[in-house]
Design a protein around this ligand. Structure first.
Ligand code: B12
Length: 213
């Protein structure tokens, strides 16, 4: 079995030392940071399935998240090695009612590695806080993350609040997260949507060029 498959198992087995050791060897072997993160994401999906089926409890999801965050800390310096000139400003947050932030933090790391200036509003961010941040920072793009089905409604409310504040034509909006699909996109009506961080970075580049995606 390869180190990449093993890191999936280490996360599912909640084996932090092994996960960190494997991440370190993968970095040294020259495996692309994004590939390592995708493997870890696969591990997190399995953890989620086990939670859903009742084999894992909340505490195990918390432990898996902790391991993922440690791996992320190891990988971030590798990502930052490629930073180029500033490409634009992005305000991002996890919407109200949702505290999942691992996916958001990956998007932030990838965007920063691409040279974007990112303002992170954190988690459980109310629509009014997004509006305030747009007024304060005047970003090119606003990113919203959500992992819970119920948080899709908060995402919709956030887009509506931006429209009601008269700011909808001042920023491009991208939504992302595990529950984002064609139905959610049709309902929320952002400028771009994805359930994948690397794709999200590509979409941001297109949005910066004025393209609707
Ligand atoms: C870890 C985890 C937790 C941790 C979160 C810790 C943290 N700091 O984030 C904790 C333990 C706190 C947690 C809590 C809960 N969780 Co939880 N959690 C997970 C788990 C296992 C992994 C999520 C994760 O980090 N995945 C890895 C990352 C890398 O993937 P990702 O988030 O999808 O992000 C990628 C893309 O979506 C994209 N992306 C994400 N955001 C954005 C934003 C933009 C702008 C862009 C471009 C892209 C993008 O980029 C990322 C990389 O490609 C998932 C299982 C799963 N399959 O998602 C359940 C899951 C999301 N949780 C779930 C549930 C039910 C809960 C709780 C309600 C449980 C409870 N009974 O309390 C609470 C809710 C708390 C709240 N109010 O938010 C359900 C949601 C079901 C649903 N359909 O709504 C899931 C799917 C588990 C399951 N199968 O039942 N959880």
């Amino acid at each position: 079995m390869s180190s990449e498959d093993n890191i999936v198992d280490a996360i599912v087995n909640l084996d932090e030392p092994t996960a960190l050791e494997l991440a370190d060897s993968l970095i040294k072997e020259g495996v692309a940071p994004i590939e390592i993160l995708e493997k870890c994401r696969k591990g997190m999906s399995i953890v989620g399935e086990r939670f859903e089926s009742g084999d894992f409890f909340l505490s195990e999801m918390i432990m898996a998240a902790e391991i993922f965050n440690q791996v992320m800390d190891q990988i971030r310096p590798e990502l930052m090695k490629t930073v180029t000139e500033s490409k634009g400003k992005i305000v991002i947050g996890t919407v109200e009612g949702d505290v999942h932030d691992i996916g958001k933090n990956i998007v932030i790391a990838l965007l920063e590695a691409e040279g974007y200036n990112v303002i992170d509003l954190g988690v459980d961010v109310p629509p009014a806080r997004f509006v305030e941040a747009i007024k304060e920072h005047q970003p090119d793009i606003v990113g919203m993350s959500s992992l819970l089905t119920v948080a899709l409604e908060a995402t919709k409310k956030t887009v509506d609040a931006i429209t009601e504040a008269g700011l909808r034509d001042k920023v491009k909006i991208i939504i992302g997260g595990g529950r984002i699909d064609a139905h959610a996109t049709e309902y929320i009506l952002p400028d771009a949507a994805t359930d994948n961080a690397a794709q999200g970075v590509k979409l941001c580049m297109k949005l910066m060029g004025g393209e609707l995606v």
